[in-house]
Ligand binder design. Structure first.
Ligand code: ZN
Ligand code: ZN
Length: 414
């Protein structure tokens, strides 16, 4: 048994609500959670009311049911997303007190394994298309949003197949508490120190005024990522339209910015499995020319990778480049979580699809056309894939023509 488990769980929930989402008095909190995450969702709801939330709504999901619908439902029906789905968010977003959202992940990485990948991908695209006006609230940081995780038996058993279910869940809890800095019993204080470190690196990156970053590794990666005009490096904390600071991801180790969608050249190899829609893409690579992916391959689920890249034109370009040292607690744990929330914080990554408008100067106030003119990518998807290795070397090229070492041997050297 994890010592003082109940107390750590309560601290984790409180940290998620007070620092992660940073629920403000009068706001409605919408929690999206699988039924396996009910214990954490309830604690978060209680904590949100204590923080002054006007109301808390929980949207429950069930992976087993999702699988049944994907398998047996007609694609036409599954893609027919009714307007109320969008209104169920906008009604709160447009209300006086406003809204904030918490997504609790407890996904079984194989929930949809073996199903028609094209159908799964098209259904999820249809939903994204229908919810696009709401998505702009989170992509633009108009409202506070946060993603955090808790173990489900299926997820834990996937990671630790040799353990019994209860032991596997406990082991995954231990890892989540460790990597989310809860184990020490004072997550708020530990996060203040962590955020200060990340902010320092972010400031140093911004001071360099880089035109591009060049990734190299013995695995064959040789990738130059040109940056969007006015690109700004960001780290853990974001600020909403109303000036509320929040943490979009728990945990977070990254310092990231926007590539220029047409200025990425070379080849890059994936270094961790890429989980998409309940299926795993392994040992992939992609080749870029003028920012566009012109060639790709994968040892497993190559066709699914193709489906993802064919979502729309923007899916063939990248919208994020993020730096994470190999010494991150998630990577040091030695565990592949098979969940992007954790795995993206174990390694440098890029994202197929949309960029975050906030990663170009003043970007959240710009129109789509103005963002495109700066080289900011647009797409229905934003899919993080891991490219950092233990030997990753990153060299920055400044706009005034200097070369600066940023990573060596997988670590920050700035
Ligand atoms: Zn990222
Ligand atoms: Zn991302």
């Amino acid at each position: 048994m994890i010592e003082q488990f109940d107390s750590l769980l309560a601290k984790y929930a409180d940290f998620i609500v007070r620092v992660g989402v940073n629920v403000q008095p009068g706001q409605t909190l919408i929690i999206a959670a699988p039924i396996a995450a009910a214990p954490l969702a309830r604690l978060c709801a209680a904590s949100a009311f204590d923080a002054g939330a006007r109301d808390v709504r929980v949207d429950w999901s069930d992976e087993a049911l999702t699988r049944i619908r994907m398998e047996k439902g007609a694609e036409e029906a599954l893609c027919d997303v009714k307007p109320y789905a969008l209104r169920s968010y906008l009604d709160y977003a447009e209300s006086e007190g406003g809204v904030c959202v918490l997504n609790i992940h407890a996904d079984d990485p194989d929930a949809l394994a073996g199903l028609d990948a094209g159908k799964v991908s098209r259904v999820s695209s249809a939903r994204r298309r229908a919810l696009k006006p709401w998505r702009s609230y989170t992509m633009n940081d108009r409202v506070q949003w946060c993603i955090a995780a808790m173990p489900s038996p299926a997820w834990a058993k996937k990671l630790f197949p040799d353990l019994g279910e209860a032991d596997a869940v406990e082991k995954l809890w231990g890892l989540i508490f460790d990597t989310c800095r809860v184990t020490g019993g004072d997550p708020v204080r530990e996060w203040q120190a962590h955020l200060a470190r990340l902010t320092d690196l972010q400031n140093k990156m911004n001071a360099l005024d880089l035109a591009s970053v060049h990734f190299e590794s013995a695995n064959g990666t040789d990738l130059t990522v040109g940056l969007a005009d006015g690109a700004v490096w960001e780290s853990a904390a974001s600020v909403s339209e109303k000036g509320v600071t929040f943490l979009p991801n728990i945990p977070t180790e990254e310092v990231f910015t926007a590539p220029h969608k047409d200025k990425v050249e070379g080849v890059v190899y994936g270094t961790k499995p890429y989980i998409h829609g309940g299926q795993t893409i392994r040992d992939f690579h992609v080749t870029f020319r003028h920012g566009r992916i012109v060639e790709y391959g994968a040892a497993e689920n190559e066709a699914l990778l193709g489906e993802v890249l064919d979502t729309d034109e923007g899916a063939r370009h990248i919208g994020e480049v993020a730096l994470v040292p190999a010494s991150s607690p998630i990577n040091r744990s030695g565990v592949i979580f098979c969940n992007t929330l954790f795995d993206e914080n174990a390694a440098c990554h890029i994202a197929f699809g949309a960029s975050y408008p906030g990663t170009t100067r003043g970007g959240t106030a710009l129109t789509e056309e103005q963002l495109l003119a700066r080289g900011m990518n647009q797409s229905l998807i934003h899919e993080d894939v891991m490219i950092g290795a233990a030997d990753t070397r990153i060299t920055g090229h400044t706009r005034d023509g200097r070369d600066v070492a940023i990573f060596d041997g997988g670590e920050w050297v700035l």
